[in-house]
Design a protein around this ligand. Structure first.
Ligand SMILES: *[C@@H]1O[C@H](CO)[C@@H](O)[C@H](O)[C@H]1NC(C)=O
Ligand SMILES: *[C@@H]1O[C@H](CO)[C@@H](O)[C@H](O)[C@H]1NC(C)=O
Ligand SMILES: *[C@@H]1O[C@H](CO)[C@@H](O)[C@H](O)[C@H]1NC(C)=O
Length: 315
C-alpha cells in the first residue's frame, strides 16, 4: 500500500515539474568584446515544439558565482553596466546580456539561468576582451646635442593593451633589430599590459629606427620612428631639402670665403713687383677662381667634397 502511494506521489511530482529539456532549450554563444565599447553575450531561449506557450519568469546572469544581473518579474538588481540587450526579451526570448563600457576584467566565463513556466534552463558563454595599445611613445638618451659616435638609448612604450603584445625594432632598410632591444612587459591593475622596449644604437647612421607594436594576433597596431634629424644632432640625416639647402649654403659660403682669401693673397703678392697692373691682377684673380694660388686653410668651412663625404657617412 505504502509503495503504491509512493509511486503515485512520484508520478504526480514528475507531472507538475516537467523536464525543461523536453519542451524548451537555451542556446548561448561565446563572444569577444572591445574595451570601452558595448558588448553582447548571446543567449536565446527556444521552444522545441511549435505553438508552445513559454513564459520567462526570472533571468540571472552570473560570472564566477557573482550575480551581475537578476530580473525577477519587474524587479531588477545588479550592476548598472549590465542589462538585457533586447528590451522585448519577454516576447523574443532573447536574454542576451549587454555589457556597457566593457572592461578587460569583464573577460571570463558567464552563466545564464532562466526560470520559465516549462522549467529551468542554464547556459554558459565565454567572453574575451581585447584592448588596443596606445600609440607608442618614444624617449631617448641623450635627449639633445647627439654627436657622432654617441650611443643613443631609445625607449618605446605602449600601454593599455590586452592581451599581451610585443614590440619590434626596424631600421630604415627594414632590418630587424629586435634582438638588440630589451623589452619588459608589466600587467597593470586594470589587467592591461604595458610594453616597454629599450634599444641602444651606436650606429645612428642606420636610422631612423622604428618601433612597431604588435597585438596578440601579431597584427601591427602602432609605430613610432626615432629620427636623429629632430634632435639637434651634428649630422643632417633627413635626406630632404633642408639638407640640400644647408649643403648649398656651406658650399656657397666656402666659395665666397675662398674667393676673398684668394683675391687678397693674390692681389698682395702681385702688387709687390708691379703695382700698376690693377686690371690684370683682377683678371688673374678671376681666372684663378678654380685654381686658387693659396690652398684654403683647414679651419675653413668644409668643401663640397668634404660635405658630400660627411653626408654619405651619415647615411
Ligand atoms: C624580429 O626579430 C625577433 C627576435 O629575433 C623575432 O622574434 C621576430 O619575429 C622578428 N620580427 C619580424 C617581423 O621578422
Ligand atoms: C606606421 O603606422 C602608419 C599608420 O599609423 C602606417 O601607415 C605605416 O605603414 C606604419 N609603418 C610601419 C613600419 O609599420
Ligand atoms: C635645438 O637646440 C636649440 C638651442 O640649443 C633649441 O632652441 C631647439 O629647440 C632645439 N631643437 C630641437 C629640435 O631640439
Amino acid at each position: 500500500m505504502a509503495s503504491v502511494i509512493c509511486i503515485l506521489l512520484v508520478s504526480v511530482i514528475t507531472a507538475t515539474v516537467p523536464s525543461a529539456a523536453d519542451f524548451v532549450t537555451m542556446k548561448c554563444q561565446s563572444s569577444t568584446g572591445h574595451s570601452g565599447q558595448s558588448s553582447t553575450l548571446g543567449c536565446v531561449v527556444k521552444a522545441l515544439q511549435e505553438g508552445l506557450d513559454i513564459k520567462i519568469m526570472k533571468v540571472f546572469w552570473k560570472k564566477d558565482g557573482n550575480i551581475l544581473l537578476k530580473l525577477d518579474g519587474d524587479n531588477r538588481t545588479g550592476d548598472e553596466r549590465f542589462q538585457l540587450a533586447d528590451i522585448n526579451w519577454r516576447n523574443s526570448y532573447d536574454v542576451s546580456l549587454l555589457v556597457k563600457d566593457t572592461k578587460i576584467s569583464d573577460a571570463g566565463d558567464y552563466s545564464c539561468t532562466v526560470v520559465t513556466n516549462r522549467g529551468i534552463l542554464k547556459g554558459t558563454a565565454g567572453f574575451d576582451v581585447k584592448a588596443k595599445y596606445s600609440e607608442p611613445d618614444l624617449t631617448f638618451k641623450p635627449d639633445k646635442d647627439i654627436k657622432d659616435d654617441d650611443s643613443v638609448e631609445i625607449t618605446c612604450v605602449a600601454s593599455g593593451g590586452y592581451p599581451r603584445g610585443a614590440v619590434h625594432w626596424f631600421d630604415n632598410l627594414n632590418s630587424n633589430w629586435t634582438r638588440s632591444a630589451r623589452t619588459t612587459v608589466t600587467q597593470m591593475e586594470d589587467k592591461s599590459f604595458r610594453l616597454q622596449s629599450t634599444f641602444i644604437t651606436k650606429n645612428p647612421s642606420h636610422g631612423p629606427y622604428t618601433c612597431v607594436v604588435y597585438n596578440s594576433e601579431w597584427k601591427k597596431e602602432g609605430n613610432n620612428t626615432f629620427s636623429f634629424d629632430n634632435h639637434n644632432t651634428s649630422r643632417s640625416t633627413d635626406g630632404g631639402q633642408t639638407k640640400n639647402i644647408a649643403a648649398g649654403v656651406v658650399v656657397i659660403g666656402s666659395l665666397i670665403v675662398g674667393l676673398l682669401v684668394t683675391l687678397l693673397l693674390c692681389r698682395r703678392r702681385s702688387r709687390r713687383p708691379e703695382q700698376h697692373e690693377d686690371y690684370d691682377v683682377e683678371a688673374e684673380a678671376e681666372a684663378e677662381e678654380l685654381h686658387p694660388c693659396s690652398p684654403p686653410s683647414h679651419s675653413s668651412p668644409p668643401t663640397y667634397e668634404e660635405a658630400l663625404k660627411e653626408d654619405s657617412r651619415s647615411h
